[in-house]
Design a protein around this ligand. Sequence first.
Ligand SMILES: [Fe+2]
Ligand SMILES: [Fe+2]
Length: 147
Amino acid sequence: MTESPGFTWQDDFSIDHRTMDETHREFVECVHALLTVEDDQLEQALNSFTEHAHRHFGEEDVAMRETVYGSAGCHIDEHAAVLKSAYEVRAMLVEGRTQVVRSFAQALVNWFPAHVRVMDQGLARWLVQRQLGGSPVVIQRRRAVIG
Ligand SMILES: [Fe+2]
Ligand SMILES: [Fe+2]
């Protein structure tokens, strides 16, 4: 059993949406810390992860609600499940159960790639399409130049 500890960014996590990609890089860094810091730094790392997850998931949830995104339901549910687990794990860490935090972090490593490729990628495409569809003035100007 010589698994290398930690979690690193992989190019196929990128979904061609600048702000979401930046947020996802931060997610990877937070999970990496949960896997690699010393036990006495674990509480701080878990707090950082939870803060990050609140903001990260909150931003995506708001974007889905504001744009009435059709696939929002299960995406929002997945975010909520991760946050709920983070709070449960926090309660166990208070009891000194550091291994539970490491297991949670490993579960996040396993969860993240599929979440990004399916749910976040779908949301990113939806948001980009809406942005493109919402700029008719630019299209008219281009037509005027061409004509
Ligand atoms: Fe995300
Ligand atoms: Fe998401």
